[in-house]
Design a protein around this ligand. Structure first.
Ligand SMILES: [Zn+2]
Length: 459
């Protein structure tokens, strides 16, 4: 059924105007003022609302065997949560460990999503080792429509790669025009500090942050940037959390390194005191890099508004309280992750736009457009234009509510943002012209999501 969204205030990364949007056959086919309503057309009255392009979360974990357990979501639960929160596409990390075969893993991850996601999706392919068959396997995966890799400098002996392998992965990425996303923490320093703290009897979640201090992330960021500089590859620092790491990334950018920066929503709105709460309350707020000293929030928001931080993602990764309690005896055993796929857009709107820290255009750019451009989805995704997919978010800035586990769609028994105020919410969310969510509820078609094939663009 065709769709007409009438009289909304259409906001993109670089424009703002009042008008109507008409979509037929999955894409936007007409835009203008006072478009007539064809018979048999679904109409949304967007008076008093913003109309944004569908939001893109470029960093999520859904299927994930990690730390002797599995993350809780399926693509069905994660995609429903995403849509309710205004996210219409996500890019999942396909994360084989060093012991697993890359190609087999890629097919496994793909099979988990196929027919199960209600929104569109793609993958970043993790390179967790580099052996004789890696190049041909990665070439095959790129040919299948995956144009970004992921590497871990942290998680030694599990996801983490050695410097020689890093060099080879980046050299190949350079040849293929693929962008490489990177978790930047010095693995050796983390391992040493963890051991030292545990030996001193410092086992609670409040010691997670001191085991991976800001300097360790700054070193990792500088390390990655130096490898980019010497291979010519294009790189993207995921979940950058602190001033020291930001300075390392910006210094590299200044000397011409092709490097982009992602922040994730937990670092923007939560600080390390959440992880310092006693027992499981603290464990719920353990992720890596850790929640930081509060002074970093202003640094991150300023850089975000200035466009020095490019995107806002989540690093969505749900483990429930039972799983978190695996770390009762030692913070190193707490499964890492704070879910946020459902909350990201509303948190960024509430604590960014509504507080005057982020203008509307940078909000759209950071939560949608820039990810689309960096990862080969633009202009199919990431904007509102004739010819683009009709992924649209009709957004009510006057909505007032609260973030709470009681109303969430993510498959988890807690919400890391419990009790925080929500000022703004999606009133309607469409994927390729079909309404998939309304006013905080999923109303769409399960399993409708498609794998987004992406061509390399970083030559
Ligand atoms: Zn991640």
């Amino acid at each position: 059924m065709p769709l007409l969204i009438k009289n909304g205030e259409i906001i993109t990364a670089d424009s703002r105007y009042r008008g109507d949007i008409y979509a037929e056959g999955e894409t936007i086919t007409r835009m203008g003022r006072d478009l007539e309503t064809p018979p048999g057309c679904e109409v949304i009255d967007a008076t008093g609302m913003y109309v944004f392009p569908g939001f893109i979360d470029p960093h999520v974990h859904i299927y994930l065997p990690f730390m002797a357990t599995f993350a809780k979501d399926t693509h069905e639960t994660a995609s429903i949560a995403a849509l309710v929160g205004g996210t219409t596409s996500y890019i999942e990390m396909c994360c084989p460990s060093r012991n697993e075969d890359a190609l087999e893993s890629y097919h496994l991850w793909k099979s988990k999503a196929e027919g199960n996601s209600a929104c569109d999706y793609s993958f970043h392919m993790a390179v967790s080792k580099y052996t004789g068959e890696t190049e041909s396997q990665l070439r095959e995966i790129v040919r299948d429509g995956i144009s970004s890799f992921k590497i871990f400098l942290a998680y030694k002996n599990f996801f983490g790669i050695e410097d020689g392998e890093l060099y080879q992965a980046l050299a190949l990425a350079r040849k293929l025009g693929v962008i490489v996303t990177a978790h930047c923490e010095n693995a050796e320093l983390v391992a040493q500090l963890q051991q030292e703290l545990l030996e001193a009897g410092k086992t609670g979640p409040e010691w997670h942050e001191p085991s991976r201090p800001e300097s360790v992330e700054a070193e990792g960021t500088h390390h990655f940037a130096t490898f980019l500089e010497n291979t010519g590859a294009a790189g993207y620092v995921v979940h950058l959390s602190c001033e020291g790491a930001l300075k390392a990334a910006l210094a590299a950018k200044e000397r011409g390194v092709r490097i982009w920066v992602e922040a994730v929503i937990p670092h923007l709105v939560l600080d390390k005191t959440y992880a310092e709460r006693a027992g499981v309350e603290g464990m719920k707020h353990v992720m890596s890099p850790p929640l930081r000293d509060k002074r970093n929030q202003a640094v991150l928001f300023h850089a975000l508004q200035a466009g020095l931080i490019d995107t806002v993602a989540t690093d969505h990764c749900p483990f429930d309280t039972t799983q978190k309690l695996m770390g009762r005896g030692a913070f190193t055993q707490i499964p890492n992750g704070i879910p946020g796929i459902e909350e990201r857009v509303n948190l960024l709107f509430t604590y960014g736009v509504q507080q005057g820290r982020l203008d509307l255009h940078r909000f759209v750019d950071a939560a949608s457009t820039r990810a689309a451009k960096l990862f080969g989805l633009f202009p199919r995704k990431g904007t509102v234009a004739v010819g683009s997919d009709a992924d649209l978010v009709v957004y009510d800035p006057a909505y007032r509510g609260t973030f709470t586990a009681a109303r969430q769609h993510v498959n988890n028994d807690y919400n890391g943002f419990e009790g925080m105020a929500m000022k703004g919410r999606a009133a309607a969310v469409t994927v390729r012209g079909k309404i998939q969510a309304r006013n905080g509820e999923f109303v769409g078609e399960r399993g409708r999501g498609r794998l987004l094939k992406r061509a390399p663009s970083h030559f």
